[in-house]
Design a binder for this molecule. Structure first.
Ligand SMILES: [Fe+2]
Ligand SMILES: [Fe+2]
Length: 165
């Protein structure tokens, strides 16, 4: 038998809450980048994706609200600082910054769903599953615009032309 002490459970819950706070900070970052890049993309070939990015911006705000609601449910005060925002004037770099942020977001939500399920937080897991479905759609939109594969493991070595800061 494993030790199912309450401190272990509490530790798991605290990790889940900390993770959700980080997720919220990533959602804020996503809103900001999509707000800017949807307007700053200016190459004719990217006009369709620019429209899509406006839709992404709205969806990221919905995600932020959903995560904030879950934090409130746990009696936590939601964070207010976004993760560091990356900007560029170059069209391809903007798309890459968004795609890499989505990769990171999907990776984290996968982990968060596992944490939620192992704690019996099934309603939360369902909320996260709906969010991750949309994040994967965002990955596909961006990867298609860049002509690369949506699955990050299948596009090793590809990335923006500028170095990350
Ligand atoms: Fe999101
Ligand atoms: Fe997204």
């Amino acid at each position: 038998m494993t030790d199912n002490s309450s401190s272990g459970q509490d530790g798991g819950k605290q990790q889940l809450i900390q993770g959700l706070q980080e997720d919220l900070a990533r959602e804020y970052k996503a809103v900001i980048q999509y707000v800017i890049f949807s307007q700053k993309l200016d190459k004719a070939q990217y006009m369709d994706i620019a429209e899509e990015l406006e839709k992404h911006a709205h969806q990221e705000l919905d995600h932020a609200l959903a995560i904030s609601r879950q934090l409130d449910y746990f009696g936590e005060y939601p964070v207010h600082e976004p993760k560091p925002v990356q900007v560029s004037e170059k069209n391809e770099d903007m798309l890459w910054f968004d795609l890499q942020a989505e990769d990171e977001t999907v990776k984290n939500y996968r982990q968060r769903i596992q944490q939620a399920e192992s704690l019996g937080e099934f309603a939360l897991a369902e909320v996260l599953q709906e969010i991750i479905r949309q994040e994967q759609d965002h990955q596909i939109d961006l990867a298609t615009a860049l002509g690369v594969t949506a699955d990050p493991e299948q596009r090793q070595g590809k990335g923006p032309s500028v170095s990350k800061t």
